[in-house]
Ligand binder design. Structure first.
Ligand code: HEC
Length: 125
């Protein structure tokens, strides 16, 4: 049964040795607080192939696409790290500052706060 505790008899040391490496903090944040409430709810309607901002440097995929979380996480990481001024643009544009898509995230909102933590995590990893 999932979640049920049982004693397997496997020594703890060997269980640790075979575990995959921990995922980066930025990916944990992405899955928990960026993907559904921000990218899929506030960005993908325009930032998708064929959308209003489908020809910008920030193009996501919808949740109907296989591996959408990984694809969109990698897209964000690439934009933040490799686009000149990317880390700043990703935070200012959604607040409506020089953004063709207007205001999508309010200054002071939990979403914007989470996005800013995510960008920091991407830069420090
Ligand atoms: C209503 C449509 C719309 C929505 C929703 C939208 N955008 Fe945009 N976005 C645009 C358009 C149009 C542009 C191109 C013009 C410009 O640079 O502002 C753009 C440009 C951008 C750029 C600059 C891309 C580049 O190549 O320089 C960033 C960064 C950005 N948006 C972030 C976001 C984020 C993050 C979200 C979700 C929180 C979002 N946008 C939601 C329409 C939208």
């Amino acid at each position: 049964m999932p979640g049920e505790l049982y004693y397997s008899g496997t020594p703890v040391t060997s269980a640790i040795a075979t575990e995959p490496p921990p995922e980066p903090a930025s990916l944990t944040l992405y899955i928990a607080s960026i993907s559904a409430p921000i990218v899929q709810s506030r960005c993908v309607s325009c930032h998708v192939s064929g959308g209003a901002s489908g020809i910008t440097r920030l193009v996501f995929v919808r949740s109907s696409v296989d591996n959408y979380m990984t694809l969109n996480y990698n897209k964000m990481m690439d934009f933040v790290r490799n686009t000149p001024n990317g880390a700043s643009l990703i935070l200012t544009k959604p607040q409506g500052i020089g953004h063709g898509g207007g205001i999508q995230l309010l200054s002071g909102s939990t979403e914007l706060d989470n996005l800013s933590k995510f960008v920091e995590a991407l830069q420090s990893w």
